[in-house]
Design a protein around this ligand. Structure first.
Ligand SMILES: *Cc1c(COP(=O)(O)O)cnc(C)c1O
Length: 220
């Protein structure tokens, strides 16, 4: 079995290659190490290897793992990337640096209230249901511009970019391209897309953040 440090190095090498192929500066690409379902010990191993940016799906799980690690690692950054219930908005605002899964008006209102109460403003990404899959979270691409306007105007939310999970089957490239178009149209600088199986394609289409779990921490 290869170590987390080895895996991180391999992913960083693949990111560098993908950036070179796309003519992109690797400094414009951040690796979010997705540690969901893996123990704090695995996060500690990744930190020791220099990885400071992590993603977690569940607020509860992240709240158990990450706050104790922050004291020793002031550079640590945590992104919440999973479906967020409105009743977890306050906990999410308390522990996250970025919440990538803003996907509905009720959650926008809950996050605005939570930020007010906590006096803390994590960055926000709007999750887009780019494949228009009925079972999947995310704003429909056709409703995206209005939703972002509502987040900003009605709630004053700090929307920094977009996030997507393309359909599991088939070629992700057209979806990544559509996301890049939407981000450019909306003048949003952050584009979180690409996972263990497709991050190189996402980089080719302009991802600024790739979210990689299995290829770093192993199977869940
Ligand atoms: C689990 C998860 C990932 C990481 O997926 P891998 O295939 O393990 O790399 C990325 N993004 C989201 C939203 C996830 O839930």
């Amino acid at each position: 079995m290869s170590s987390i440090a080895d895996n991180l190095q391999r992913i960083q090498d693949r990111i560098a290659t993908a950036c070179a192929r796309a003519g992109r500066d690797p400094a414009g690409l951040r690796l979010v190490a997705v540690s969901k379902f893996h123990p704090a010990e695995s996060v500690v191993e990744a930190l020791a290897a220099g990885q400071m940016l992590f993603g977690e799906n569940r607020v509860q799980e992240a709240a158990g793992k990450f706050p104790p690690l922050r004291a020793g690692h002031p550079e640590l950054r945590l992104h919440i990337i999973g479906a967020l219930q409105t009743n977890k908005a306050r906990d999410a605002v308390r522990i996250a640096d970025v919440i990538e899964s803003l996907d509905r008006p009720k959650l926008a209102a809950a996050l605005a209230e939570a930020m007010q109460r906590e006096q803390r403003r994590p960055g926000l990404l709007v999750q887009v249901n780019i494949g228009q899959e009925p079972q999947k979270a995310g704003i429909d691409p056709e409703a995206l511009d209005d939703f972002i306007a509502e987040c900003r105007e009605a709630h004053g939310l700090p929307i920094e970019g977009l996030m997507c999970i393309p359909p599991a089957e088939g070629d992700p490239n057209p979806y990544f391209a559509a996301m890049a178009e939407a981000a450019a149209r909306l003048r949003l600088g952050v584009l979180s897309m690409g996972m263990s199986g497709d991050f190189e394609s996402a980089i080719a289409h302009g991802a600024t953040h790739v979210r990689v779990g299995t290829a770093i921490f192993g199977a869940r």
